[in-house]
Each structure stands twice: as C-alpha cells, then as structure tokens.
Design a protein around this ligand. Structure first.
Ligand code: ZN
Ligand code: ZN
Ligand code: FE
Length: 767
C-alpha cells in the first residue's frame, strides 16, 4: 500500500469532479478523501495501485472539467482511512470553482423527453454536467446557498440525489424538479394564460406573435424566423432596421437546410458553451429581413430544457434576439421585462428563477479553419485564459479596456479573467453594468490589483474609471495605446514569450487614439509587451464631420476619392453613373471646404473607414450605417458572392514618415471598373484581394526590416473572414509564425486582455 497526495489544478470545481474521484476510488480500491480548496482539488489516496488511479483521473475527467495539471507527492505520515469520503468545502476557501453556464446535457434531454421520468417536460432540469452556473452565482464559494437557487427549498427526492455521490446530481447546486424548483408560466396583458405554457407559446409564435422569453442570462425576443411580417414587426418595434437577428434551430438538420455547416461548425453548435455560430447562408425559406445584405446567419441550438421543449413544440427556426431597448443592455428581471419589453412583444414566457448576472449569447465564427470568438459571454466567461509563461511572476493587474464592446480583464499568476461582454459604454446603463462588473469580478476572484491599465483615449469612460480607480487605490496606471493592446492580445493568446523579442503587429481596426493626437486604425507596429514603434500605416485621410463620418459612409467616400484622384477628376469619371448622381445630391462642396481648411476633419489611418468608403462606392450603406461594422460586413458579403481573381493595386509610400500604404491606385481602378461593366461583386472582391495582398506584403517587408520573430494580426476588421483568409493565404509559406486571435476577440472585446499583458510587464519585476 502507498499513500499519496494528488493535487489537480484547472477547471475542477463545480463540474462534478469530487463525485467522479469518489467513484474512481471505489473502482480502484483506493481509500482516503477528496476536497476542494483554493488551488483546485486535493486528493489523499491510499491504495495498492495509485498509478492506475491517477491515470484514470486524467483519462476520464467529467465533461465540463479541464485539468491543467496533476501533481503527485508522497503523503507525509501516511493516512489511516476506511473507505473514501468527500470533504465539505471550507467556506471562503474555494475561489477557483466558478464555471461558465453549460448547455443541457444528453442525459437531461433524455429525461425531459421520457414520460416515465419525474422531470418529464420540466423546463429547469439540470445536473452536474450541465445547467446554469455563472448566471445564477451571487457570491463565492459556489454553493446552493450562494446562488439564486437559495429561493427554492429542495424536496426530499432532490435532496436524496444531491446527497448521493453515485448520482449524476450529487452536489448539483441548481438541482430542481417540478415539485420544488422554478416554475414556468405564460403571461399576456398582465394575466397568466392557462394551459401548458410551452404549447401556448408555440401556438402564439405560429400565429405570428412576438414573445419575450426568459433564458439563462437574460430575456430574448422570439418570433417565427420564416414569417416576414413577424420579423418586420420586430424590426419596426425595436427600431433596428438592419442589424442581423440571431436564430435558434431545433437541430442540426434544420440549420443544414439553410446554411453550410462544416464539421468544426457542427462541433461548435453542440459545444456546452452553445454560442451563436455565424454560418454561410445557402439560400432559404426564411424571412428576407433577418440579415439584410449579409451572407451569413447566426445560429444556435437550444441550450436549456426550456428551449428544447419550445423548439420541439414549435418545430422550426425562431428568431432569438436579445430583449433590450436599442443600445441598452439585455433585460434580466421580470418586472423590468414587463416595463421595458411590453411595447415589443405580445406575451411573456416567464419563470421565477432570478438571473444573478446578465450574460449575452456568445458569438463565434470559423475563419481560416480556426474557431474565433467574436463576442465572449455566456458559456465562455468567466473561464480563465492562459497568459505567456513569463507573466506568471508579474503582479496582478486590473485592465479596463476600450469603449465599444467593453470587457474588463483581471490578471494573476499567469491567468487572465476576461469578463463577459459588457456592451458599449456610450450607453449609460451599459456603463453602470461595467462599473458593477469591475466590483463583481474583483470580488469573485478575490483580486487585489497592483497596477491598473487603461486606453490612451482620455474621453473613454473606461479610461476615466481607471484613472479614478488608480488614484483612489494609489496604484500605478498604465496608459496603453489601443492598437498596441490589440497586438499584445494576439501575442499573449499565442503564448509569445515575454522575452521573445519584437513582433510585427498589423492592427486593422476602426478607430483608436494615437499618441500623436490623431486617430489610428491601420497600423503596422513593431511590438513587444513593453512598448511599440509605428513602422507603417495606412495613408491618413480626413474624416469629414468627425463623428458623422463614422456613421455616414458617403463622407469617407468623398474624402478618399478627393485624396486619391482629386474630387474634380473623380466627378468627371463618375459623370452619368448612378454613384455620380448619388454624390451630386450630397453637400460635397461643404465637405471639401472642411477638408481643405482642416476644420472638423481629423486625419485618420482607419481601415474601417476605408472599408466604409468602398462599401459606399458599391452603393452599400451609402447614407448611413445603423450598426457598427455594417458597411464593411455588407461589402464582405458582396465580395463572397464573386469568384473574380483580380486584385486592385496599392502604392507603397516608402519615403513617407512613417511609410504608408496608399489606396490611390486602387481608387482609380475601382472607379474605372464601376463605370464600365464590371459587376459590383467583382469590384468588392478585387478590393478585398488587393488590400489583403498589399497588407501582407507590407507586413513581410517591415517584419524583415525590424527583424521581427512573428507577424501578429488583430483589430476589429479581422472579423472579416474573407479578408483574414486572403491575408493568411498571402502570408502562408513565410518563415515567421503568424499570430491570430481565437479565444480572445480580435475586436475591442479583447483590448483589456492585451492591456493586462502590457501593464504586467511594465509594472512587473524585471528579470
Ligand atoms: Zn445534465
Ligand atoms: Zn425536487
Ligand atoms: Fe479596436
């Protein structure tokens, strides 16, 4: 007999790890005990064959767990134990056991569809392998009493399952059944509708109604995705003219009938995180206004028993868009929903399990063969992300990100806790959410920051929050340039070592504040984690009207044409063409005066605005965009529909300081194509290809000059799958590793993670 301690680290609490160990111990004739503590799971084991026992732990770990390391050591003094026991958690000890919400597991689905089971048709069934977690957590440690489930007292049958280590529901904190758990009801005009709420809801939806449905992390607004009148009514009521609606399908075949689904995409749809997966549209029977002008639809599968029951009853795809007022966060409370969502919906499918924390649906896309998270929220947060090895010894940092797609990030011991998506901070309620999240995450992870990080932009609400925080706590504040943070995020996510030397970072982005006071967004930076040098950029072009230029793509078109070929020449080329007529109806002279005098026309090297200008030239979102990225997304969709192999030319201004890519030649070619008979889709494609090649070639040239060890790609424009694939194609075969983002969004949702890496190094101990 030998006695050992086995220390398991990783995502091992709140995922059924202790009962799993208990069962293994029984199988292997091991005695001793298992407990959760501040570092993970600690096992004391006595037995004849501890090797086999330890191997079995690694081999058969529960589905939601993730073992990072397993360390074994002889047990000092041995252990006299009879049998094997699960030791209760010391209060205030376990801090590592906060797991993301997980989609309903196969066993629970089987139960709710089996008439013989006591949870048949029960909308809140869950077990150790599935169900709500982060969304119901109110305090730590994670325990029934510290979740919203403390509102419900377990019945004897549930209690027996909860106490039985051999049961799938042993210590499943959200355990519930029809006798003791949350209840579902349908509410209309302030009164509860009789009958089965699921069947009644499905009936309403079939009749074209819009129903608010309470989910895991907030309310959705649902309607029949094939019913154009219902979808149009939802757009009208939400004042959301074009932003795509997410969909939920009963199963994979229902999605396959409408979109292309690869093996990787199928796995993502079925992942316990159950994100919205962006899939290429093939042509379908669905409402035309679901995603106007786009070539992808966002799909998810049912991820709660409620969704499963509803999808089975309804039978087809449903729109499932977040229930909120335009720009505001998703509604989570029942009374809040009744107040705010009543104008949008005909009925409410409600329940009485509170939502402790608002969590939007996550959004992912497979680009160039890799899963890329575009919005990190339900199902992913708050799982820790790894930081490169050298960062483990650095002091903990609190980083507060950017302004749009806000998220905060706390780092400690080589791990980063990147918060769920908190929304755009221009909105007052989203900012409130951000402030709450800062306290929430610090509390949950017992995080004491030694340094604070913020964007360089002085007017971001997150920057001002960070300034106050640093001042109040007397902590050093690292101000970090937006695109340096983007690139550092790509470096850190790929484990680029702290002493790994310089990387050539390409940030293709919307807007970010530059240290020279101009607006950056098409940057070629030589970076390490401490600092950066700007080696190249896109040619700066005025943004006539400032903020208005961010909303009205035609303004960027005028500025780009003027900068590239001169307005008079452009007008002459476009004479008699539809685009010429559209521009002639605009106050172009006023814009040209603003540009000439440099009044309210700041210079910017933004890639996003270049895409806006090209989209406007193609007649896409010409007047205005109604959601961020609209023009560029429509341009991508148009380009995807063409197989053209052409590529427009960009000039390299080598002598400029810093050198820049000049889109001048591209504009001349694009305009001449537009006024001849080249189809707009081919024009869009030639722009994408030309730009991708120019960016890749410039990056390789600069990487050589700077002796960079890798090329890193980041920024919101990298969400464009076609562009990313073309850039990677062109870079392929080079001898430098290419660092791209996967788990951390390439958009501003990843800024705080990059900030945390930089601030750690700037304020860390020097080796
Ligand atoms: Zn389950
Ligand atoms: Zn019960
Ligand atoms: Fe950005």
């Amino acid at each position: 007999m030998t006695a050992e301690t086995i220390r398991v680290r990783g995502l091992v609490q709140g995922v059924g790890f202790r009962p799993f160990i208990w069962r293994l111990a029984a199988e292997h004739g091991v005695s001793g005990d298992v407990r959760n503590d501040g570092e993970g799971v600690l096992i004391r084991a006595v037995g004849a064959d501890i090797d086999a026992f330890a191997d079995a732990i690694s081999a058969g770990a529960p589905p939601l767990s993730r073992i990072e390391s397993l360390e074994r050591a002889p047990l000092e003094g041995g252990l006299r134990a009879e049998g094997f026991s699960i030791v209760e958690t010391d209060r205030g000890q376990a801090r590592t056991g906060i797991t993301p919400d997980a989609a309903t597991c196969a066993d629970c689905i089987a139960e709710i569809t089996d008439p013989a089971e006591r949870r048949h048709s029960y909308a809140f069934a869950n077990c150790t392998h599935c169900g709500p977690r982060f969304s119901i957590l109110e305090a730590i440690p994670y325990d029934r009493a510290t979740t919203v489930m403390s509102d419900f007292e377990m019945c004897p049958a549930c209690r027996a399952e909860y106490d039985d280590p051999a049961d799938r529901r042993f210590h499943a904190q959200p355990i519930a059944c029809p006798d003791c758990g949350p209840k579902l009801w349908l509410e209309r005009d302030g009164a509860v509708v009789g009958g089965d709420p699921i069947a009644e809801t499905a009936g309403l939806l079939r009749g074209g109604a819009i129903v608010a449905i309470k989910g895991i992390g907030g309310f959705h607004l649902a309607c029949d995705a094939a019913d154009e009148a219902a979808v149009a009514a939802l757009r009208d009521r939400k004042r959301r003219p074009a932003k795509p609606f997410a969909l939920m399908a009963p199963d994979i075949p229902a999605i396959r009938a409408r979109c292309a689904v690869s093996a990787a995409e199928k796995a993502l749809l079925r992942d316990p995180a159950a994100p919205i997966v962006l899939l290429r549209r093939l042509g379908d029977d669905l409402a035309p206004s679901l995603a106007p002008g786009l070539s992808v639809l966002g799909w998810m599968l049912p991820y709660t028993p409620l969704h499963h029951l509803l999808m089975t009853a309804f039978g087809g795809p449903l729109v499932m868009t977040s229930g909120n007022l335009s720009g505001e966060p998703q509604v989570i409370g029942n009374d809040e929903a009744r107040q705010k969502l009543a104008p949008f919906c005909d009925a409410f499918l409600m329940h009485d399990r509170r939502i402790a924390r608002r969590l939007d649906d996550s959004v992912v896309r497979v680009v160039a063969g890799e899963v890329r998270v575009l919005r990190r929220a339900r199902g992913y947060a708050p799982a820790p992300l790894e930081l490169p090895p050298g960062l483990a010894a650095m002091p903990p940092v609190a980083a507060f990100g950017g302004e749009l797609k806000s998220a905060i990030c706390l780092s400690r011991d080589g791990r980063a806790y990147l918060s769920h998506h908190l929304g755009d901070l221009e909105d007052a309620l989203s900012y409130g959410e951000f402030e709450k999240a800062a306290a929430d995450y610090a509390g949950i992870f017992d995080h004491q920051a030694a340094a604070v990080a913020a964007d360089l932009h002085p007017d971001y609400r997150s920057s001002q929050f960070a300034e106050r925080r640093a001042e109040r706590s007397r902590l050093p504040l690292a101000r970090i340039q937006h695109h340096h943070a983007h690139i550092a995020a790509a470096m850190a996510e790929n484990g680029w070592p702290v002493d790994g030397g310089p990387v050539l970072g390409v940030a293709l982005d919307g807007l970010g504040f530059g240290p020279d006071g101009t607006i950056w967004g098409g940057e070629f930076l030589c970076c390490d984690y401490r600092d950066f040098r700007r080696l190249g950029r896109l040619k700066p072009v005025p943004l006539p009207g400032g903020d208005a230029a961010n909303r009205e793509p035609w303004r960027n078109l005028v500025a780009q044409l003027d900068a590239a070929i001169g307005w008079d020449a452009a007008r002459a080329m476009l004479d008699g063409h539809r685009l010429g007529d559209r521009l002639a109806a605009k106050p172009v002279d006023m814009l040209l005066r603003m540009i000439a005098r440099g009044v309210n026309a700041p210079l910017s090297s933004s890639t996003g605005r270049l895409f806006d200008a090209v989209a406007a030239a193609l007649g896409l979102a010409f007047e205005r965009v109604t959601y961020e990225g609209q023009a560029a997304m429509e341009a991508e969709a148009l380009a995807m529909s063409s197989a053209d192999n052409g590529a427009y030319s960009f000039a390299l201004a080598d002598a400029a300081d810093p050198p820049h890519l000049d889109p001048g030649p591209m504009w001349a070619e694009l305009v001449s194509d537009l006024v001849s008979t080249v189809p707009p889709a081919a024009v869009a494609r030639r722009f994408h290809r030309g730009f991708a090649y120019a960016v890749a070639d410039f990056a390789v040239q600069l990487a050589g000059k700077a002796n960079a060890g890798a090329i890193a790609l980041s920024g919101g424009v990298m969400q464009n799958a076609l562009l990313t694939e073309l850039v990677l194609d062109r870079l392929g075969g080079g001898n430098r590793p290419i660092l791209t983002q996967r788990q951390v969004p390439a958009n501003d949702g990843g800024i705080s993670y990059g900030q945390a890496a930089i601030a750690s190094v700037r304020h860390g101990r020097r080796p």
